[in-house]
Design a protein around this ligand. Structure first.
Ligand SMILES: [Zn+2]
Length: 251
């Protein structure tokens, strides 16, 4: 009796092991099927130039495009859909400096809109670029001393409508412009950061360009070199805005 019971227990154990293995094979198979059905990144492709950049043909072709870097795996940070919608944080009260800040920031949006289609929106949920009146995070300089930044720009990349067959990679930009600085520095910092938000992800080595890497006493207007660089940027390919590729599935 003992032996037969022992044999039965062993057989049950083996049955369990085999069931476990079959289960594992099923899970691996399912995982592979899901992986095969997962959307893949679209190929890199360029978009048509905005009209203002098609018409932009200055005498000088000088630019700093070599300083502009694409994002790994994504390509250049160009905006596929235009006009790009810009939200500017509204003033908190009528007398405050926040009124001035708002006007200066909107002025900088207008400056870039001569070269690239930008419109202001009051709806934050529609915004591609959102600009906030706040203090940027502290930056540490070469001597490990804290340095208050005048502004900063961050991007976020996401998949819109992930369940939709035509879902795409999209991006959003968030700008922070510090209010406690002179009028010309608020305007200059916003011009600079908006250049980043339009995809100029890098800096110019010349202080006569809005995208010069450091703050200067008299911030320059948008230069010919800034616009030449923007034009070259918008001739570049990206994966942003193109539909994700899905492998055909069996019905
Ligand atoms: Zn910068």
């Amino acid at each position: 009796m003992e032996n037969r019971r022992g044999l039965l227990t062993r057989m049950r154990r083996w049955a369990l092991v085999w069931l476990g293995l079959l289960g594992l094979i099923a899970v691996v198979g399912l995982g592979q099927a899901i992986a095969e059905d997962a959307p893949r990144l679209p190929p890199l492709s360029a978009y048509p130039l905005p009209d203002a950049l098609v018409d932009w043909n200055p005498d000088s072709q000088d630019d700093y495009f070599d300083e502009i870097t694409p994002i790994e795996g994504i390509g250049y940070l160009v905006w596929p859909d235009r006009p790009v919608q810009v939200y500017v944080e509204p003033p908190t009260d009528l007398s405050d400096r926040s009124q001035v800040w708002s006007q200066l920031v909107q002025g900088a949006v207008h400056d870039w809109s001569l070269y690239f289609p930008l419109v202001l929106t009051t709806q934050l949920e529609d915004a591609n670029i959102a600009i906030w009146r706040d203090t940027p995070s502290i930056q540490w300089d070469a001597n490990q001393s804290p340095r208050a930044r005048s502004a900063e720009t961050r991007y976020r990349i996401f998949v819109d409508a992930p369940d939709d067959a035509t879902s795409c990679l999209r991006h959003q930009m968030t700008l922070i412009i510090r209010p406690g600085q002179s009028d010309q520095h608020i305007a200059g910092a916003t011009r600079h950061e908006l250049g980043h938000a339009l995809g100029l992800w890098g800096h110019s080595p010349l202080e006569t360009d809005a995208l010069y890497y450091s703050q200067v006493r008299n911030p320059p207007p948008i230069s010919v070199r800034d616009v030449n660089t923007l034009k070259r940027l918008y001739e570049q390919p990206t994966r942003l805005g193109w539909p994700l590729v899905r492998s055909p599935s069996i019905p």
